[in-house]
Design a protein around this ligand. Structure first.
Ligand code: HSE
Length: 410
């Protein structure tokens, strides 16, 4: 089977390497060899071993009927959407690692694949090398999935780990993540939760059946997290993690959101450190399942792409029936209408005054301690209640709110 790779960057070059290094295993799985016939990239690769097959012209790939499967590893929506949709319309399978493309245009592309009796697959778009899409759509299909929650961004998890374990500030940890090549030069999508939000939109669409588009999804990143928060969290026997979650709530609606959370040290998610990712799936038959591994990186992500290529082999006789319906009105619940427990750090005139104000509004809360805290600040954790009510109560204390972080219940 001949494949073409669109975008010869970190993931695209990894796909070529995996196909070359593990050619015999791939051949065994497919029943025939897989050959990289063309590579599309706007850059020059003078003297590169693939130079002969690299082109800047997509039409050469589209017009080559011997190419059955197109691998899209370009990232971004444009021109990826155009190239992917034209490939599908031409009767080619497409395998993509592009979470932004799937989160924003996934439903259209799945429809186009269905109409043309080809596959559109994207295991690599969520969790890099960790199998997540296939387990949710296939292995767990006998479950009513009630929640999917995970640490889906390696860069932000690396930064938080450095803050927790090594006492680095957010800025120092971010600089180290950039130095190590984890974070982009512009790290906004990683540290502000946007990358994790795109991934949870894909998982929510898959687990619950209707496309969840990124617009309007509540997304809070980690740039406001301080070492003081980390210390208070430790006193509550927790670590701070960026959690992306999608959950069935009241009246058939679902809650999809991304925010930092205090996670109990006894939770499976608390031990997910550094650039690793993990995804927890709560099924009514299985209970909780945790998938864990490398959520980014060239070869790990390429491994997921190659798995999809193998699944596409055989093409029209082997169409994978998976996907979801288009968006539904009144489907997404506002996080303010859902229950949470909140960690809060406040400032006031004195500790006694803070306690008086908090106790009179909230009743019983759990106060936390940290070394070096001055007398005019306090931190506490509330009992679970509607988020809207919790934020209204906070306002009613009249105190300066320094930070609020949700407390996870897994
Ligand atoms: N920037 C992403 C991360 C890469 O840090 O997890 C994989 O999507």
């Amino acid at each position: 089977m001949k494949v073409a790779i669109l975008g010869f960057g970190v993931v695209g070059s990894g796909v070529a390497e995996v196909l070359e290094r593990n050619a015999d295993r791939v051949e065994k799985a497919c029943g025939f060899p897989v050959e990289v016939a063309r590579i599309l990239d706007i850059r020059d690769f003078e003297g590169h071993k693939y130079q002969r097959i690299i082109t800047k012209n997509f039409e050469e790939i589209l017009g080559d009927d011997s190419i059955e499967t197109v691998v899209e590893t370009m990232g971004g929506v444009n021109p990826a959407f155009e190239f992917v949709s034209r490939s599908l319309a031409k009767g080619k399978n497409v395998v993509s690692s592009n979470k932004e493309l799937v989160a924003t245009r996934g439903y259209e592309l799945l429809e186009l694949a269905r109409q043309n009796n080809v596959n559109f697959m994207f295991e690599a778009a969520v969790g890099g090398g960790i199998p997540i899409i296939r387990p949710i759509s296939r292995c767990l299909a006998g479950n009513n999935i009630t929640e999917v929650a995970g640490i889906l961004n390696g860069t932000s998890n690396f930064i938080l780990t450095k803050m927790i374990v090594d006492g680095m500030s957010f800025g120092e940890a971010l600089a180290l993540a950039q130095e190590k090549g984890y974070a982009e030069k512009d790290p906004t999508a990683d540290v502000e939760g946007i990358d994790a939000m795109r991934k949870i939109c894909i998982l929510a669409s898959l687990a619950f059946g209707h496309h969840v588009y990124p617009e309007g999804i509540f997304t809070e990143g980690i740039s406001g997290i301080t070492l003081e928060d980390v210390a208070y969290a430790a006193d509550f026997d927790c670590v701070i993690k960026l959690i992306a979650k999608a959950k069935k709530v009241q009246d058939g609606r679902i809650l999809v959101m991304v925010s930092p959370c205090l996670v109990k040290k006894s939770s499976m998610l608390s031990g997910v450190s550094g650039v690793f990712n993990a995804c927890l799936v709560r099924g009514d038959m299985t209970g909780d399942i945790l998938m864990y591994g490398k959520g980014a990186g060239s070869l790990a992500t390429a491994s997921a792409v190659v798995g999809d290529i193998i699944d596409c082999a055989g093409h029209s006789d082997n169409r994978k029936i998976f996907g979801w319906d288009d968006k539904k009105d009144d489907y997404l619940e506002d996080h303010l209408n859902c229950d949470s427990s909140l960690y809060v750090r406040v400032r006031g005139e004195s500790e006694a005054e803070i306690h008086r104000a908090v106790d009179s509004v909230f009743g019983e809360v759990t106060y936390l301690k940290r070394e070096g805290a001055d007398d005019r600040e306090a931190a506490f954790v509330t009992a679970p209640a509607r988020e809207r009510a919790l934020f209204e109560k906070l306002e009613a204390t009249g105190l300066d709110i320094i930070s609020t972080i949700r407390v996870a219940d897994y």
